[in-house]
Design a protein around this ligand. Structure first.
Ligand code: GLC
Ligand code: CA
Length: 552
């Protein structure tokens, strides 16, 4: 079925590091408004904002203290209304990040809930007595120690799957669900066009909060990921609120497989989400988490992509991304620093030309890369510190941990956007809240904009091509050269047209012959990252990280 949310491309802003307009070193709404024309120039159609709400920043905004307001660090609600208007004027939709698996511990609800067992907000959270001297169960937090924090006044513990500053909401309480609906309505009535729902698959916890399988990290996850009432609660949100608006919802879904996802995203009566962010394609160079490194494995990546493409075709819809605020930069991972420009373009074509709605993360469009920090004092993220303690307990040296952190930390994607070659990359006139990558002198928007061969201008071309060619949006998908560990080849078909996408993931030369039924000499080479268009014997030799896209 055709739908507007299938046809758009989305640009993700992580506000703190996007653009500072008042010199306090922190990105803000003023900075975003300044850059709306730039965003529009990428040929995207929507902006997803990582949280803009008031927050004590235990997890940089993913701990919300006030759901119906804008953080004073970023601006005011009035200013946000101007931003919505200005964005809509440019045909840019607005997508809010909805973080409702947990709140901040500074949220009024939590402050009330601490006041006593009889307080009407007490049951908004999971408060439990200890078992003797022990915690209520053995769950381990994903961000900070054990998953329970003791409160002396109440002589009870509260559950926090993420950091201590992020107490989990009790969705089994109907009042909590009413609060969430009220938040959804508030932003929809203000004019926003959709939501990205943070770790939404964690909201339903198993009854009785039983002990988890005793593993050293993420213990308990089987009792809150994809829990018993998840589908039911999402359906309630959809029926009571979302269905009444022309909006779309993408749910973040760790540990998701196509088979499980279909329960939520299969189009029709039972659908609760429009699409899901799964993580499987982000594991081609690691084991479940970026912190356990493995050599990059293209076959693993291709298998995941093809599985999602095939299983969802015609029945559900993919969300496509290769970067966001939770992962290191993709060129460092699946591409090459030596061939930064070539591999940056190749990766873009490789994922954006698949079937699904593409998301592009700030800085990705200019090929920003990881930063190397030389001491732990420079890091800012609660997860980095948690992992530091964990590696330390395993006996690793500071030097080794620093090396791992520089490669794996999600802070790599949180350095300020590099706008110009001036001081601080033009991000701020003050002192930036976090280190600017010193490579801003070479990698920045201003220079990329002027260079017709830049990654930036490739993204513009690519996103325009997607917009103008329904085959990219609605075509089918078939993979070729499956066994190759060096190249990724797939075709798309739609209403008599054909598209062939050929991408190399190596700096070695690779010989390629077009699949049966494709005549390269009659196809139009619509996108490429080298000037050479030579075709010999219906094939060609791929240069380092070369990509070619043919259209018939
Ligand atoms: C999601 C967010 C991440 C955050 C976590 C807890 O994974 O993308 O940034 O830390 O949820 O809210
Ligand atoms: Ca600012």
């Amino acid at each position: 079925m055709k739908n507007w949310y299938k046809e758009i491309s989305v640009y993700q802003i992580w506000p703190r590091s996007f653009k500072d307009s008042n010199g306090d070193g922190i990105g803000d709404l003023g900075g975003i408004i300044e850059k709306l024309d730039y965003i529009k120039s990428l040929n995207v159609d929507a902006i997803w904002f990582s949280p803009l709400y008031p927050s004590p920043n235990a997890d940089y905004g993913y701990d919300i203290a006030d759901y119906k307001n804008i953080s004073p660090e970023y601006g005011t609600l009035e200013q946000f209304k101007v931003l919505i208007k200005e964005a809509h004027k440019r045909d840019l939709k607005i997508i809010m990040d909805l973080v409702v698996n947990h709140t901040s511990d500074e949220c009024e609800w939590f402050k009330e809930s601490k006041k006593g067992h009889d307080n009407p907000y007490h049951d908004y959270y999971f408060w439990r007595k200890g078992k003797g001297k022990k915690r209520p169960n053995n769950w381990i937090s994903l961000f900070e120690g054990k998953a329970w924090k003791y409160n002396e006044d109440l002589d009870e513990y509260y559950l926090h799957v993420f950091s201590e500053g992020q107490p989990d909401l009790n969705w089994d309480n109907p009042k909590v669900r009413e609060e969430v609906k009220s938040i959804l309505r508030f932003w929809l009535d203000l004019g926003v066009d959709g939501f990205r729902e943070d770790v939404i698959t964690y909201i339903s916890k198993a009854e009785g909060l039983p002990n988890g399988f005793p593993i050293p990290a993420a213990c308990g996850m089987e009792h809150y990921s994809n829990g018993p009432h998840l589908h039911e609660y999402l359906m309630e949100m959809r029926k009571d609120v979302l269905d009444k608006y022309d909006c779309f919802v993408v749910g973040e879904a760790p540990m998701m497989t196509p088979k499980k996802a279909k329960k939520f995203i299969t189009e029709g009566e039972n659908q609760t989400l429009d699409m899901m962010f799964h993580f499987q394609h982000m594991e081609a160079d690691c084991l479940f988490t970026d912190w356990v490194h493995m050599p990059f494995n293209l076959r693993k990546l291709k298998k995941v992509y093809s599985n999602w493409q095939k299983k969802l075709y015609k029945t559900a819809w993919n969300a496509l991304y290769i970067e966001n605020h939770d992962h290191p930069r993709i060129i460092n991972r699946y591409g090459s620093l030596k061939y930064r420009v070539e591999s940056g373009k190749m990766l873009a074509a490789m994922y954006i030309l698949q079937s699904g709605t593409p998301f592009i993360y700030q800085g990705q469009e200019i090929g920003m890369t990881n930063i190397t920090l030389d001491s732990f004092e420079q890091f800012k993220d609660v997860l980095t510190f948690n992992n530091y303690r964990m590696f330390k307990s395993l006996g690793l040296s500071d030097k080794t941990i620093l090396k791992i952190t520089n490669r794996a930390s999600r802070e790599n994607s949180r350095t300020p956007v590099q706008w110009t070659s001036e001081e601080n990359g033009g991000f701020t006139t003050g002192t930036p809240w976090f280190s600017v990558n010193p490579n801003y002198t070479e990698i920045n928007v201003e220079d990329a904009d002027k260079d017709p061969d830049s990654i930036l201008n490739f993204y513009r071309k690519l996103l325009k091509f997607r917009k103008e060619n329904p085959i990219v949006i609605y075509g089918d998908y078939k993979e070729h050269n499956k066994c190759s560990s060096k190249i990724f080849v797939y075709e798309r078909n739609y209403e008599g047209r054909r598209l062939l996408v050929v991408s190399s993931f190596t700096e070695k030369a690779v010989k390629f012959k077009a699949p049966k039924g494709f005549d390269l000499s009659s196809g139009e080479l619509v996108l490429k990252n080298y000037d050479d268009e030579t075709v010999v014997d219906n094939g060609f030799t791929l240069k380092p990280y070369e990509t070619r896209v043919y259209l018939w």
